[in-house]
Design a protein. Structure first.
Length: 228
């Protein structure tokens, strides 16, 4: 994944991708970035015109998104972006708290002999800039947040977890309240606490720091919902 000229993340597509693949990636990116809103109906005519393509590759792309649960067909036959409820979001947070707490503990155990994983070394430097108050847009921070959680999985030697994690994160990202923050100092400091415990080889400390991070994530979401 790289950045577009305006600094937002762009999903990479290879030269081997078909036109349907490219349309799929573009629509999914727009949904994840909030350009196409949760619950919004999709117009095949408009999407085909925007893609400069016929209905055939567009429908292949839409069928793929529907199969993934990103979009759904309404009773009247219209396709719309599938909303992710707050309850679903909080369930994802709880699941990730347990699984990523275990991953952080395992990463710490492995660090005792191998040292801090290179992916976490790279993430640590960037995270420190946010912990010191660097402001950024949601989509920019999301990339670094993604890198942190993926790096913990890599440091734990969990080969299947990054793919599962990516799916959970994509689902969570479609819930509108995930985009309500624009300063990430507290979140970055929580990440650094996890990295510090992993680097120290403190398995239970790493687990506790990761679980505390997700408890704070949950609290931030609930605090937003409680606003008048």
């Amino acid at each position: 994944m790289t950045d577009t000229m305006d600094g937002t993340p762009r999903i990479e597509v290879s030269e081997k991708d078909t036109l349907a693949d490219r349309i799929y990636h573009d629509i999914k990116r727009r949904i994840l970035e909030g350009g196409i809103a949760s619950g919004e109906s999709l117009s095949e005519n408009q999407l085909a015109a925007e893609a400069g393509a016929s209905r055939t590759p567009l429908r292949v792309a839409l069928a793929r998104l529907e199969q993934e649960g990103v979009i759904a067909r309404l009773a009247n036959g219209t396709l719309a972006v599938q909303p992710v409820t707050v309850e679903q979001l909080l369930n994802i947070v709880q699941l990730r708290r347990l699984l990523e707490g275990a991953a952080a503990a395992r990463a710490a155990e492995m660090a005792r002999s191998a040292g801090l994983h290179p992916a976490l070394v790279a993430v640590k430097e960037v995270t420190e800039t946010y912990a010191n108050g660097k402001a950024t847009a949601f989509d920019e921070f999301w990339k670094h947040d993604d890198a942190f959680h993926t790096a913990v999985a890599q440091a734990a030697g969990l080969t299947l977890w990054p793919t599962m994690l990516a799916e959970l994160r994509e689902t969570a990202r479609r819930c509108t309240i995930t985009r309500t923050h624009d300063r990430f100092t507290e979140q970055a400091r929580e990440h650094l606490a996890v990295i510090a415990a992993i680097e120290a080889g403190d398995a239970e400390g790493a687990r506790a720091a990761m679980e505390a991070h997700f408890a704070s994530v949950r609290t931030r979401f609930l605090d937003w919902l409680a606003r008048p």
